[in-house]
Design a protein around this ligand. Structure first.
Ligand code: FES
Ligand SMILES: [Fe+2]
Length: 401
């Protein structure tokens, strides 16, 4: 933990008492969705998956980021790059969406212009003598690629500065995510707007009702903090003790002693979980011996592809693994059912005009603040989303930013 942690619980974020829920059209209108693809998914860093799913050396894969066709390419030396998947001649996709390939170079299917794996144009066969034509000017357009732990992020702007998730993301430094095995990898297209699941993930208010199997006796020991791109909630560690035998209750993420959680042996994962919503589309559960990542790809106002990876420490016994998978599936499908149901209301054009629970829905408020900021102002640094007197501004003042 190099950076000082300087966050505080958002028990009563200013503004939440007067907050109202978002209008139905923000979840169902094609126009609003298109604007959101631009202002969020093409103007911000977006998670595109686990590094294990990325192309192997000498291979590529075509994906979509906020509707932008992107080609992920790993060169023979292992460097992963991203390009707009559009040929610099007459705009043919170099690889069909969802497709993949491999080889020494990328050949456009239309007229066979040939690109190196670093995106530069090697040969424009048959092009003749266009005025001022130089292959050096016709490289594929790059996008920015970054990595946080084992997840890869893309920004459509090739000049984007690498994302800074801040100290809340550092708080999971001690958890051995990279050495865990993927024990479940599933992808499903779901019938809801991407924000419906993000909101659902960012609150624990629904847990006793939607997930009756989860022991919620510690529901109100579910602190939550936010800083910029990260909302961090955690089960207050009532049970584990540190090496000195002290009960680790009341710790804030990243405080001295926090790392011991990564090795806590509890047998009760929901007693020591960390839950990160990483704006805009990654949701991450981190437990001492397991983790779950879900990232979303919006495809329409009411269609979202949800990717899930469940990870476990290697060497666990098969029964524990099977039980973890079954428990995850149960909880996930319970969430999917309620998200589907909520979307039917949005699709019917009926706004709830609701309020937010002032403690239990602090995370939903955080999601809405990001959504409203993106809707109103396009691209802005995420840390400037809050108005004067808000929690985040207080955080910035505390840090001297
Ligand atoms: S469009 Fe790619 S070579 Fe013509
Ligand atoms: Fe849930």
């Amino acid at each position: 933990m190099e950076r000082p942690l300087n966050v505080r619980p958002i028990d009563d974020p200013p503004g939440i008492t007067s907050a109202r829920t978002l209008p139905a059209a923000w979840y169902s209108s094609a126009d609003h969705h298109e604007r959101e693809l631009q202002s969020v998914f093409r103007d911000e860093w977006v998670c595109v998956g686990d590094v294990d799913d990325m192309p192997a050396p000498g291979a590529w894969r075509a994906i979509s980021v906020g509707g932008l066709p992107v080609l992920l390419v790993r060169d023979r030396e292992g460097v992963l790059r991203g390009f707009v998947n559009v040929c610099r001649h007459r705009a043919a996709p170099l690889c069909e969406h969802g497709g993949e390939g491999s080889g020494a170079a990328l050949s456009c299917p239309y007229h066979a212009w040939l690109y190196r794996l670093d995106g530069t144009l090697a040969r424009a066969q048959g092009v003749g003598n266009p005025d001022d034509f130089d292959v050096a000017d016709y490289s594929l357009k790059p996008v920015s690629v970054s990595q946080f732990r084992r997840w890869v992020w893309i920004h459509a702007d090739q000049t984007a500065v690498a994302p800074d998730f801040g100290p809340l993301a550092d708080a999971i430094d001690a958890f051995p995510l990279e050495s865990m095995d993927v024990v479940l990898a599933e992808t499903d297209e779901r019938a809801f707007n991407w924000k419906v699941l993000l909101e659902n993930y960012s609150e624990n208010y629904h847990t006793p009702f939607i997930h009756p199997e989860i022991d919620t006796s510690n529901t109100h020991d579910y602190p939550m903090v936010s800083d910029g791109l990260v909302l961090y909630a955690w089960d207050r560690p009532l049970h584990p003790t540190d090496e000195a035998g002290r009960v680790m209750a009341g710790l804030l993420p990243g405080e001295p002693g926090w790392e011991a959680l990564a090795g806590a042996d509890t047998g009760q994962p929901y007693a020591v979980g960390s839950y990160l919503t990483m704006w805009p589309n990654l949701m991450l559960n981190v437990f001492p011996d397991a983790a779950l990542a879900m990232w979303m790809e919006p495809v329409a106002a009411n269609r979202t592809v949800v990717h899930r990876r469940l990870y476990m420490r290697p060497g666990g016994d098969a029964d524990a693994r099977a039980a973890n998978i079954a428990a995850h599936r149960l909880v996930h499908l319970q969430d999917i059912d309620i998200c589907n149901a909520v979307q039917t209301s949005h699709d019917a054009g009926v706004s709830a005009d609701g309020v937010l629970a002032t403690v239990e829905e602090r995370g939903v408020y955080w999601v809405h603040q990001h959504v409203r900021r993106a809707a109103g102002a396009g691209l802005q640094p995420a840390r400037r989303i809050w108005g004067r007197g808000t929690i985040a501004e207080t955080l910035l003042e505390d840090r001297g930013d």
